[in-house]
Design a protein around this ligand. Structure first.
Ligand SMILES: [Zn+2]
Length: 154
């Protein structure tokens, strides 16, 4: 992180989203909602956050996860990530790395729980684990660049 005045932790991913011309929207959670809480729409270039009274740290973790989907060229091609264990694991691991290394945000509890849940849904073998690792490292690099670039200008 660059030196200077402390900034709210939420600013960096929001600035990164805006720099990528992504629009952040907030919605109240409908009472009958069973879908994923938050999502990115690659075609509309929007990230939608459901407001359920979560902390700023948790909102930041969510934006990082959705930004990681944006930074994933495979997710961008498919334009729908929900329900794909590999894309969810890649996004969360990249968010975990970026949140921890760039923002200094504690990510482990939330990320480990999320990844463990998706791992149960994923049939893995050694080859696919190696591919997921390579995929994650590409997405994490793009996410970290997106997080650092908007804050590098005064
Ligand atoms: Zn996701």
């Amino acid at each position: 992180m660059s030196p200077g005045a402390p900034r709210p932790i939420f600013d960096a991913p929001v600035a990164a989203a805006h720099a990528e011309d992504l629009d952040l929207r907030q919605q109240q959670q409908p009472s009958d909602c069973t879908r994923a809480r938050d999502w990115i729409d690659h075609a509309e270039r929007t990230i939608t956050l459901i407001d359920y009274g979560q902390s700023v740290d948790n909102m930041t973790r969510t934006v990082l996860h959705e930004l990681a989907h944006y930074c994933d060229p495979v997710a961008g091609e498919r334009r729908a990530t929900r329900g794909d264990p590999v894309l969810e694991i890649v996004a969360e691991c990249a968010a975990w790395l970026g949140g921890d290394s760039v923002l200094g945000l504690e990510m482990t509890d939330a990320s480990a729980t999320y990844v463990a849940a998706w791992l149960e849904a994923h049939d893995s073998d050694d080859d696919s684990v190696a591919q997921v690792n390579e995929h994650t490292s590409q997405v994490a690099k793009r996410l970290e660049e997106a997080l650092v670039t908007p804050t590098s200008t005064p």
